[in-house]
Design a protein. Structure first.
Length: 240
């Protein structure tokens, strides 16, 4: 059954990787929340298309939608053990499985199933908690699947994205080393390091979960790559 999921995810990327995507209408039309200065994400110039596939496109009536919190091109990180984020729009009673695949390698680097029930919200998985390390320059596939029928994994509700660890200039490393936690999200976003920018904001939210400005900043960052539903959820957490 695990092989079926891995093949399904690989096939999804084969389909979406061949076509350039226009900027999402949500990304074009939704402005950051007033009064909440947000990091401005600058996609890397070498970014390849086909980086995100939303679970809603393969949903069945009544099934929860799962969204990977990643751009629609290959998302970058400078971390050996980054965090992965996703969004569930409603409570889930079916098993939810996270998988990380390295090209030309079996089995998957990571297969992790969340304890049930899974409540609606934004979730995070730290690769460090599972002893998983990324190699520079390798394009990984990761997915979140709602397993609606364990005997027929082709019916999984899957959201998937691409992830690559990249090297950065020494000058940027020094900037990051000197930066305060409040400065890190904008610094990472400016450098095109999507996963690190999102993680830096999430770190601050975990430390101060009632801080409205932080939720607005994360919502604005999500809006920039067309993740409007997750952004709206973050804004509702602030009462906006």
């Amino acid at each position: 059954m695990r092989r079926v999921l891995a093949v399904t995810v690989a096939a999804l990327f084969a389909l979406v990787g061949d076509a350039q995507r226009a900027p999402s209408p949500a990304a074009q039309s939704t402005a950051p929340a007033p009064g909440a200065p947000a990091p401005v994400y600058k996609p890397p110039p070498r970014g390849a298309p086909g980086g995100r596939m939303g679970g809603g496109t393969r949903g069945i009536s009544g099934a929860a939608v799962v969204s990977i919190l990643a751009p629609d091109h290959v998302g970058l990180t400078m971390q050996e053990q980054p965090s992965l984020h996703w969004f569930v729009t409603q409570d889930v009673s079916s098993p939810l499985e996270i998988t990380l695949i390295e090209p030309d390698r079996t089995p998957p680097l990571l297969e992790h199933r969340l304890a049930l029930p899974v409540r609606a919200g934004i979730y995070r998985l730290r690769l460090a908690d599972h002893g998983v390390r990324l190699k520079p320059g390798v394009r990984y596939q990761w997915s979140v699947a709602v397993v609606t029928d364990p005997e027929r994994r082709s019916r999984d509700l899957v959201a998937a994205a691409l992830l690559e660890r990249t090297d950065v200039a020494e000058s940027l490393r020094q900037q990051i080393g000197r930066a305060s936690p409040a400065e890190l999200p904008a610094l990472y976003a400016e450098a095109g390091l999507w996963y690190d920018a999102l993680t830096a904001l999430s770190d601050r939210i975990e430390a101060a979960p009632r801080d409205r400005t932080l939720h607005r900043q994360r919502a604005a960052l999500l809006q920039q790559v067309g993740l409007r539903d997750a952004a709206d959820f973050d804004l509702r957490a602030t009462g906006d």
